[in-house]
Design a protein around this ligand. Sequence first.
Ligand SMILES: [Mn+2]
Length: 322
Amino acid sequence: MIKKEFKRILNTIKKYDTIVIARHISPDPDAISSEISLRELIKLNFPKKTVFAVGTSVSKFKYYGNLDKIDDSKLKEDALLICTDVPNQSRVDGVDFANYKEVFKIDHHPSDEVFGESDYIDETATSTCEIIAELVLDTNLKITKEIARNLYLGIVSDSERFLIKYTTARTFDIVSRLIKKTDIDFTSDYHYLYERPVEEIRFKGYLEQNLKVTDNGLGYLELFPDIFKEYKVDSSTPSNMINDFNNIKGVYVWVFINHDDKNDLVKINIRSNGPVINEIAANYGGGGHKYASGIRSKDESIIPNLINDLDNACKEYKENLQ
Ligand SMILES: [Mn+2]
């Protein structure tokens, strides 16, 4: 049986000849793949429609396909805007909602912000790509190998290779149906997600060697501009590696403190596998999820207090474990 929400999405798509698809700022593979896959699916199944996928291009995600550059104030007719992988209007990249007759979102983030009547939110899905794959398979839309590969990579990326707790039997069912239907050579494509320059591998070694760990189980590391020069890596590199520091025995919270002198900012990434950290981050002007938070501050003097608070959270968590 086809979900009524999926029928409603298809009916809404059928009503419009011009469709624009957008996603969140600072996109990840799920965001890029979901918008490009949806564009290609609509073009394949409804060839008369004009469909764009928009937002700032990111060269490292080129393997998903190209993005379109449009001026949406010049759209000639009533257009539909579909936002993927983004819960808040304020985080949608490259469109003005006022230029559209109708808007809806397809997303897996928790949110109480309504975009439109056809919104579809499934907080139990690993990724937006999982939702789109489910929609395609359940409604029997045509799909190509390339679209299937892109959806698969989006699911693998957002689920952290099926490690996060949102991974369910349904995730594997959807992936299995996707592979059976399209016969994609899925094990050959992981290099798109995981291949790294040797400089980054060596830099990861530096992070591993220099992570300080307290008796209470806080791992932390302060990074200054010189180290990025020395290893010839971009200063955004540590934030892409922080999730790899999960599963260190006895480390409950870990934090990278990145001194961005160019912008006179300190950028702090925090992860947890136990204590709730977003409330602590909020005390220092940051925010995020319960177990994945961040802070950007002009005030470096917050660092010792933050480390102290996180260390206490670890202490409390550790004591309750025993
Ligand atoms: Mn996502």
